[in-house]
Design a protein around this ligand. Structure first.
Ligand code: GRF
Length: 215
């Protein structure tokens, strides 16, 4: 499957257009902004969408003068209705690849069908170990000696989609959830732009559940 940009631009100027979904602090978003500015990623940020108006990520996107939208869930609204609006926004901005960068909402069937194998997520553990919330605390409680981070394609499960790439981080004897999170986060900031660059360069192939990275 090819990940060519859907926006009509002259050949040579086409970049993969990212729709970045956020809910919180936005340090991964910032890493993507920096990588894009430094031309370390053959992709451009088409839109940043937050489900939280007061997320620090919103400020980071605005400071970088990126198209920024807040799409809060309305009380009682179904996931299906929320995603209808989300898909509309993503399409309006000609998004090719959806990047979940600390987006704290489940992804439903509609979004998955609108972007098949075109939604990726970053998670702070070596999946399939420690999916879900507080992955770093889970690693400490399990007395893991190594943890890390994973970028994977999103499917209907919780952090369960096909793994694209991982980076290991050693768990130190005196680690707290905070110190471990900090070291994992530093690796996340390298891994996410790297994977997006590979996708943009068509080097990530997925067949069924199997991901292959081309050299
Ligand atoms: C990161 O640890 C990411 O792996 C997880 O949520 C956190 C988001 O952090 N999915 P930030 O908002 O990018 O700083």
């Amino acid at each position: 499957m090819a990940f060519n940009s859907s926006k009509k631009l002259p050949p040579g100027q086409q970049k993969l257009r990212l729709g970045i979904l956020v809910s919180g602090r936005g340090s991964n978003l910032q890493a993507l902004i920096d990588a894009s500015k430094q031309n370390k990623m053959a992709a451009s940020i088409a839109v940043v969408i937050s489900n939280k108006a007061d997320a620090l990520a919103v400020k980071k996107a605005q400071d970088a003068i990126l198209p920024t939208r807040v799409l809060s869930a309305v009380k009682g609204e179904s996931l299906e209705d929320y995603e209808k609006k989300l898909i509309e926004l993503l399409k309006k901005h000609h998004v090719d690849l959806v990047v979940l960068a600390g987006f704290m909402r489940l992804v439903g069937k509609n979004l998955l069908e609108a972007y098949p194998n075109r939604i990726i997520n970053i998670h702070p553990s070596l999946l399939p170990k420690f999916p879900g919330l507080k992955a770093q605390k889970q690693a400490l409680e399990a007395k893991a000696t190594v943890s890390g981070c994973t970028v994977h394609f999103v499917d209907e499960g919780c952090d369960s989609g096909p793994i694209i790439m991982q980076k290991k981080v050693e768990v130190l004897k005196n680690d707290s959830a905070e110190t471990l999170s900090e070291r994992i986060l530093a690796e996340e900031h390298q891994l996410l732009p790297k994977v997006i660059d590979l996708i943009a360069k068509n080097k990530v192939k997925i067949k069924g559940n199997k991901v292959t990275i081309l050299d």
